[in-house]
Design a binder for this molecule. Structure first.
Ligand code: TYD
Ligand code: MG
Length: 452
């Protein structure tokens, strides 16, 4: 038999090349090319990979809106845009140990107790281990079937026999198809596996959750292509040092993107956090220097977060900048603007910045919060404990309008804050009916008189 044609794949992004390369031209990583069989060159491989449907006029296609169902876990439903859509493929990524398996087991349990047969396939843990986790999170319904298997052909066979309402594959990196000779977890195998599950979902209407590992820099391991193939991509965020976990939809064909669900990992699995603002603020000490609260929009809802800053004298040449939860470059930019506006040498100091709770924010609306926290620490003056700030800071020090001001202010008022510094705009500001005093400021120059 003629040996199958082989090509080289970048194991990070899936870039394909006829020759081995040291550096990937697509993603720039080094030494990640591995020789694998070219999938298209395998005889007979196409046999099962087809939708087998004729073309139809678009107005004659029957589309049912009703095939969305809720998981019963509100935060999961919210991230998915109101529940699971039949036939959708949902990729769940996150670091090891963050809680992917736990969450999906809980989702399955919720559906199982309502009478649906659900199937959890694991290639990572033994059935015993899954049972032990099931005991911990009280997911022991008789309708929750557990299968330990890595062969895709066998998995598909079981799915056909069992006809579950929902399928979880934990994880795509462990699945293996015998039509390719490369090892499980290689680009070819991951892509092939995902393709099979996408096809299964689209043909039968079965929703499939696929768990994916992430690489060191946080991307889902294997080709980026995986994210293109699926309907929804959810990322698990949070770190092991904090109990909170956030799932974020970074792609969603059936709902808003960037929506988040907040959970707390406890002794009996993940618990929903229904009031995230109080969750992220509950350890905030009153009247401390360098701390400020900002109403940030996560997904479609406002969450109050605390930004802390420490400005210290720089003793060793180049000043240090350490930021956790906000973009490092943004902080450098803002400190330069501050220096320009106030003529103080803040840039020459060491600056440490932290968003508490381990949450990450990357919207310009937190600019004014970053500036306020740094200023407070630099001047050694505490910001009023009942004050929130929001606004984007421009390069000339002007405070610019941000989105959803109304919602942010309402959330701050709901959490008992009484003063809000916000951008001054010509269009007028939110109605003053809230229990909160609105202080519009147009430029950083006016910040000092209102902040303290
Ligand atoms: P797991 O779901 O196995 O993570 P992943 O599938 O993303 O790798 O979660 C494992 C971690 O969660 C482990 O460190 C223990 C912790 N955990 C709890 O704290 N409480 C619990 O009830 C469970 C089931 C796990
Ligand atoms: Mg796991």
């Amino acid at each position: 038999m003629k040996p199958a044609k082989t090509v080289f794949f970048c194991q990070d992004c899936g870039y394909q090349s006829a020759k081995w390369l040291g550096k990937c031209p697509a993603c720039g990583t080094w030494n990640r090319f591995v020789e694998e069989e070219e999938p298209a060159a395998i005889p007979g491989r196409d046999a099962g990979l087809s939708f087998d449907t004729p073309p139809l006029p678009i107005n004659e296609i029957v589309a049912e809106e009703g095939d969305r169902f809720e998981t019963g876990i509100e935060e999961v439903d919210r991230v998915l845009g109101g529940g699971i859509v039949g036939g959708s493929v949902i990729l769940v990524g996150g670091e090891p140990g963050i809680g992917k398996s736990t969450l999906l087991l809980q989702v399955l349990q919720n559906l199982a107790v309502r009478g649906s047969k659900v199937l959890y396939i694991s290639g990572e843990e033994s059935a015993k281990q899954i049972r032990l986790r099931g005991q911990r999170v009280s997911a022991l319904s008789g309708n929750l079937l557990v299968l330990t298997e890595i062969s895709i052909e066998k998995i598909l066979q079981h799915v056909r026999d069992i006809q579950p309402k929902i399928l979880v594959v934990d994880s795509i990196q462990t699945t293996y198809t015998s039509s390719l000779s490369s090892a499980p977890g290689s680009v070819g195998q991951v892509r092939e596996g995902a393709q099979q599950f996408v096809l299964l979902a689209k043909k039968t209407g079965l929703p499939v959750f696929i768990i994916g590992h992430v690489t060191k820099d946080g991307a889902i391991a294997g080709p980026k292509i995986l994210e293109h193939m699926v309907d929804t991509v959810l990322y698990f965020e949070g770190d092991s040092g904090h109990p909170y976990r956030i799932i974020r939809a970074i792609k969603n064909r059936y709902g808003p993107t960037n929506e988040v669900g907040v959970f707390e990992m406890g002794d009996s699995g993940l618990k929903e956090v229904l009031n995230p603002s109080s969750f992220f603020l509950n350890e905030r000490p009153d009247g401390t220097v360098g701390s400020v609260v900002v109403p940030s929009i996560e997904g479609t809802r406002p969450i109050l977060i605390e930004i802390q800053s420490l400005v210290g004298t720089n003793l060793f040449g180049t000043p240090r900048r350490t930021t956790i939860g906000v973009d490092h470059n943004r902080v450098s930019l803002l400190t330069s603007v501050m220096d320009k506006v106030w003529g103080k040498n803040i840039c020459g100091h060491d600056i440490f910045l932290n968003v508490t709770g381990g949450i990450k924010v990357d919207e310009p609306a937190v600019d004014l919060g970053v500036v306020s926290a740094i200023l407070s620490s630099f001047l050694d003056r505490p910001i009023g404990p009942q004050t929130v700030v929001l606004g984007e800071v421009g390069l000339t020090g002007e405070i610019r309008r941000v989105s959803q001001i109304e919602e942010r202010v309402r959330e701050a008022a709901r959490m008992g804050f009484t003063r809000c510094l916000l951008p001054q705009t010509r269009k007028g500001n939110p109605s003053a009916s809230h229990q909160i005093k609105l202080i519009p400021i147009g430029n950083l120059r006016q910040l000092m008189e209102h902040l303290f």
